[in-house]
Design a protein around this ligand. Structure first.
Ligand code: GCB
Length: 597
């Protein structure tokens, strides 16, 4: 098991951090063996790779682009001399899909799972004021023991290794998020969990704090509003803080309190402080309604991807802010982190912008039937107990990282698994139970694939909300929107009849070549994308249980090579460089009008 990392590092009066982003020395392992040990010395390479960025599209080198296996990033780091007496850590926000951190010659951390943070305590290895060689080895291999699953293939003709996988986005790899060196005092706050509620005008923050071993001093809490005023105080590692005249966190109207936890000694000296931005809101599913702060919430927005030109999945603040501007422009109130946890910066930004998030694990592609009808997905040599263990760990790590975000209103524990497969229930029942045991304050869901119908699906009763991905008019009834409308209506009515639960259409869309126009409104044209979305909306508006619509996808994005994709998936409402297709204007009109209602 990966050890769960501490709270996201931050600078406070007691904590410091050094950002390690920039150009790192970079090299690709020449053998499949991770212990080829290039880290025992300075890397011999003339390549430098930016962090954060996926490495695949950076170099004009097909061998690097297609590489299967380990790569190495290396740089020198100095521990600030003022840190003596502190405890300090190296933290990678992600290493896709497996990472190993080395301090000089020593392996200090190993982590499997490409989209969650991990860290190593390096206090005893490097003295404050000294320099060390930091190497991070990153492996991009996917197997049936990883999420997402995959399989390494070897060409019978040339022996070239390729990574096969079952999901529709490119297997970008490397250090796509920031790397940090950070310090905390010896007596420090390790973790905070907040769950919020309100009664009348009084807000409540139920909290639980864990402190480092050896912490002897008391925990104190102050809650500070956006104007800087302390509005409530408390003490003890666990409890409830009441906030009079509370300002709720609302979709589209964020309000964040600073939940400030401190460790204070007997002479009132503060040893450690952590500031947690906390929005007070409730989420409840009641019959077919999704209630935020007691009011029905209708999701409008997109399934997104972390995907841009050149940097691949590399986090980029300009794109992050611009994407949120576009969400606002188009009238969207939410998105799903399809199909993996996004960078923590984005979750914090969603908290601040009042954007609602469905937070998804990297469990995508647990479905072998998509290519070959009649095939089985769950079984000893397929998606098996080891996949399930990795899946459980992915749920633990995601929930641990994102549990305090007001923006996160629901967990999606998988995208389009073969939920009609014989083994689906045995696989998912314990995972749904685990999710509930970790967080009883948020509903859980998974995104259902079209051929696991309300008749053949075996797991939807385990979840709170029906999230459906549907492609009538695209993969089936291609170009025949009248047929598609009947099929979609019949499908939705089937779910409505069987379950008393809210339905969110978490994917619907059509590949659209930006600039392609047809007077007849045929597939691939901008006209067709508009017509298809309009048809879906007509159907949604006729079904009371509908609780939202997320178009697939926010923007065009890169996929693996194949005859069904032209330089990637073109279902974006925006192009990959974020220019609007005609559908963007149509959606803006609908969603802006929905907001007014
Ligand atoms: C889906 C998947 C998504 C794909 C999309 C498509 O059902 O969930 O990852 O990109 O279809 O465009 O085919």
């Amino acid at each position: 098991l990966n050890a769960l990392p501490m709270l996201k590092p931050q600078r406070s009066l007691s904590r410091d951090l050094v950002n390690l982003d920039g150009l790192w020395k970079f090299s690709v392992a020449t053998s499949a063996n991770s212990t080829a040990q290039p880290w025992t010395g300075p890397l011999v390479t003339d390549l430098e790779c930016p962090v954060p960025a996926s490495y695949n599209d950076i170099f004009v080198d097909r061998a690097i682009h297609d590489h299967v296996g380990w790569v190495y990033y290396q740089r020198d780091v100095i521990v600030p001399k003022g840190w003596s007496g502190e405890q300090y850590f190296v933290r990678a926000e992600s290493a896709t899909h497996e990472g190993q951190i080395y301090v000089n010659d020593r392996l200090v951390a190993h982590h499997v799972g490409g989209y969650t943070p991990f860290e190593a305590d390096v206090t005893d290895l490097v003295t404050a004021g000294q320099q060390f060689r930091l190497t991070i080895a990153v492996n991009n291999i996917l197997t049936f023991e990883t999420l997402p699953p995959g399989k390494v293939m070897t060409s019978a003709l040339t022996g070239k290794r390729t990574q096969k996988y079952y999901h529709d986005f490119y297997n970008y790899a490397g250090l796509a998020r920031s790397v940090w060196l950070y310090s905390v005092p010896k007596q420090h706050i390790q973790d905070i969990t907040v769950v919020t509620d309100y009664k009348g005008n009084t807000g409540m923050i139920n909290y639980n704090i864990t402190v480092a071993k050896g912490t002897t001093r008391k925990v104190q809490i102050a809650v500070i509003d956006e104007s800087g005023k302390t509005v409530a105080e408390g003490s003890g590692a666990t409890g409830t803080i009441n906030i009079p005249s509370v300002k709720l966190w609302q979709p589209g109207a964020a309000y964040l309190y600073n939940f400030r936890a401190s460790i204070v000694d007997s002479s009132k000296k503060t040893l450690d402080t952590y500031n947690l931005a906390t929005g007070i809101r409730t989420v409840v599913v009641k019959n077919t309604q999704f209630l935020i702060n007691g009011k029905p919430f209708y999701f409008t927005g997109f399934g997104k991807h972390e995907d841009t030109n050149v940097r691949g999945k590399g986090h980029d603040q300009a794109y992050m802010v611009h994407d949120f501007q576009l969400l606002n422009w188009i009238g969207a109130n939410s998105f799903r982190t399809s199909h993996y946890p996004y960078t923590e910066e984005m979750m914090e930004y969603a908290d601040r912008r009042g954007i609602v998030v469905i937070d998804e694990t990297p469990a995508v592609g647990l479905n072998f039937g998509l290519g070959t009808p009649g095939s089985v997905t769950f079984g000893p040599d397929l998606i098996n107990n080891k996949t399930q263990a990795a899946h459980a760990q992915a749920i633990r790590e995601l929930f641990h990282r994102d549990k305090n975000h007001a923006s996160v209103v629901m967990w999606s524990i998988a995208n389009e698994p073969a939920s009609d497969d014989k083994g689906a229930r045995a696989y998912f029942e314990p995972l749904a139970a685990l999710a509930r045991s970790l967080d009883s304050s948020r509903p859980i869901t998974f995104a259902n694939v079209f051929f696991a119908t309300h008749v053949t699906d075996k797991i939807s009763d385990l979840f709170d909300v029906l999230c459906l991905n549907r492609y009538y008019g695209w993969y089936t009834e291609t170009g025949e929107l009248a047929d598609a409308e009947v099929a979609l209506t019949t499908d939705l009515q089937g779910w409505v009849k069987k379950y008393n639960k809210p339905i969110v259409m978490t994917e619907y869309g059509a590949d659209t070549v930006s600039g392609l126009h047809t007077v007849l409104g045929l597939p691939w044209s901008e006209e067709y994308q508009v017509a298809m979305l309009t048809m879906y909306h007509r159907v949604f508006d006729s079904i009371k249980a509908m609780a939202g619509e997320h178009v697939w996808n926010f923007a065009d994005f890169q996929t693996s090579m194949g005859t069904g994709r032209v330089d990637g998936n073109k279902k974006g409402v925006f192009t990959r460089d974020r220019r609007p297709k005609a559908a963007a204007h149509a959606l803006k009109e609908r969603w802006t009008n929905l907001k007014k209602k």
